[in-house]
Design a protein around this ligand. Sequence first.
Ligand code: KIV
Length: 268
Amino acid sequence: MTQDCTPTPLSINDLQAMKQRGEKISCLTAYDASFSALINKAGIDVILVGDSLGMVIQGHQTTLPVSISDMIYHARCVTQPNQRAFVIADLPFMSYSTPIIAAENAAKLIQQGGAQMVKLEGARVETVRFLVDQGIPVCGHLGLLPQLINQLGSYQVQGKTPADAERILTEAHQLEDAGATLLILECVPATLAKEISAQLSIPVIGIGAGVHCDGQVLVLYDMLNISITKRPRFSKNFMQGSLSIEAAISAYHQAVKQALFPSIEHSF
Ligand code: KIV
């Protein structure tokens, strides 16, 4: 009899345990099988199939044109060879405009895309509660919400005023209470992210949110310095000083685990 040696992917319980023992969670975006395999090889804990693919893969100015079919296709590409990493897939713009529509699309990302969890932007508390009631694990996303770019006008740091910081903190609690089991915080002051990470019992993964979050995520193409757009201030070129893509991903993983990234220059 042969033994199946394929490692089982991490579960949400493993990520929760990391938070409890103070181990930082490493996360990168990926959109295809080859990068998925490299990311797994480097030991990254979480892969986010982000709707940032609209910008870095499809060449759009924003994430808004990305469809649910695009997301399913890229999620499937990533999960096909996936081994250890926990995989989250984004619900794209207008794919969660009502709780029912959200559940139908989230089910597709899980059943056809192979994702373990779906992510949606904003304090959509009722939608999150509905998805969780259907057995769908949800990651919230607060702070800078790229799907609101036409309302925001530009990609800028959120939560800078006391009132805005208080709103984001309240929304984080609301999402946790609604059953979200992970939260991504994008482009907020490090002090606010520290407070939210300490107050919530679920893991908080930051991007442009300082070193005190429970984990870090970057857009893969930014940290490899191969994006067609300018690298955001909070990101870092890990190819610098690395001899290969694999070494750069590994350097990022180590820097996150040792809380060496992000430094002050990559924080707000
Ligand atoms: O789409 C994406 O890559 C994201 C990250 C920026 C968090 O949502």
